[in-house]
Write a protein that binds this ligand. Sequence first.
Ligand SMILES: [Zn+2]
Length: 63
Amino acid sequence: MPLYEYRCAQCGEKTEVLVRSGDRADAPRCPACGAPMERQWAPVAAHTKGAGGGSCAPRGGFT
Ligand SMILES: [Zn+2]
């Protein structure tokens, strides 16, 4: 199953969510501040540019 990383747009909290093939998981809520989290398009440890999402551009601050 693909593992998607979600990141909080408010505080940068990250979480990883397993998504079943062909399924779309609802965006989780940030455990720290409760804001909706944005799915990162790139799989963990791989970055893809130009993936036309529009709302999930990298903002730096990766640790
Ligand atoms: Zn947060």
